[in-house]
Design a protein around this ligand. Structure first.
Ligand code: 6CS
Length: 283
């Protein structure tokens, strides 16, 4: 998949250059033309259900890729090809041209909004913590973890929960980078970390599948904001982002947006009640 992506990327670049040189297209919509020629958009995902998921047979699902697949189809790009990435590597990968877009629940925050061109909001969620049954250390917030000098919390590398824990005062050596949900679950079960933090819907998905009566969910994490993601495009691809937003707005208006994301547990109303501008300005 990776090799295919690189070859496709080089071929696509050649097509874009040709299109611009011929004056047939402005540089603006050359990217969309390139994707049409490529036949697919290369998307970055994390494999964190229900945001993103890759089945044993390689089938990609999850609310974020499902919305992206539908929008790209309407833009004339027939499919998406997904690569799994750590959250902290998504923006560098996008900027390096390894992906055409991030559709992974990458929450909008000012520092990220400065680095990429986000679409309008798609998936909104609060934060949660997975702990042992009875919440033995009484965590309600990241500050509670900071105050308990013996406590450790796991979170995705470069992810929002890692940043929230560090900002709340949890020392670096007590914020443990966890590569994926299954590892986080096991680390809590084995007592190697006291809490594992992900968005509410991701933790709920994990605990439902774990079927382990010795686990408990703390949700929402007190003091943590509700975040929303958007599809994240490379700076310079704003025309593609704008075309994406036109189709996203149509999906929202027609009710098809809700039909795609709500079976996964997401609220269409939450995404439609805010804007990229508000989320990128949020402190
Ligand atoms: O945007 C983020 O950083 C977070 N988003 C999701 C969907 N999961 C964890 C990650 O840290």
């Amino acid at each position: 998949m990776k090799k295919l992506g690189i070859l496709a990327g080089v071929a696509g670049l050649a097509v874009s250059t040709m299109l611009i040189a011929s004056g047939a297209r402005s540089a603006d919509d050359a990217k969309l033309e390139q994707l049409k020629q490529q036949g697919f958009a290369r998307v970055a995902i994390a494999n964190e259900p229900p945001y993103t998921a890759v089945a044993a047979d390689g089938k990609v699902s999850g609310a974020a890729p499902d919305v992206a697949r539908e929008i790209f189809k309407r833009l004339g790009v027939n499919d998406i090809v997904a690569s799994i990435s750590e959250y902290g590597a998504m923006i560098p990968g996008l900027q390096a041209g390894r992906f055409d877009v991030v559709t992974a629940g990458l929450f909008m925050k000012p520092e990220r909004c400065a680095a990429v061109a986000y679409s309008e909001p798609v998936l909104c969620d609060a934060e949660a913590m997975l702990v042992k049954k009875g919440n033995p250390k009484g965590f309600k917030s990241y500050e509670d973890i900071a105050k308990d000098t013996s406590a450790t919390v796991g979170a995705p590398g470069g992810g929002t929960e890692e940043k929230l824990a560090l900002t709340a005062g949890v020392p670096r050596d007590r914020v443990i980078v966890v590569p994926d949900g299954q590892s986080g679950l096991k680390m809590v079960q084995d007592g190697r970390i006291d809490a594992y933090s992900l968005p509410v819907l991701s933790i709920n998905d994990l605990i439902k599948k774990a079927n382990d009566p010795n686990l408990e969910v703390i949700a929402p994490v007190q003091g943590a904001p509700v975040y929303c993601d958007g599809a994240a495009f490379k700076k310079g691809d704003e025309a593609l982002r704008d075309a994406y937003d036109v189709e996203l707005a149509k999906l929202k208006k027609s009710g098809e947006f809700a039909k795609i994301i709500e079976p996964y547990g997401f609220s269409a109303k939450a995404a439609m009640s805010t804007t990229r501008e508000k989320l990128c300005a949020a402190k």
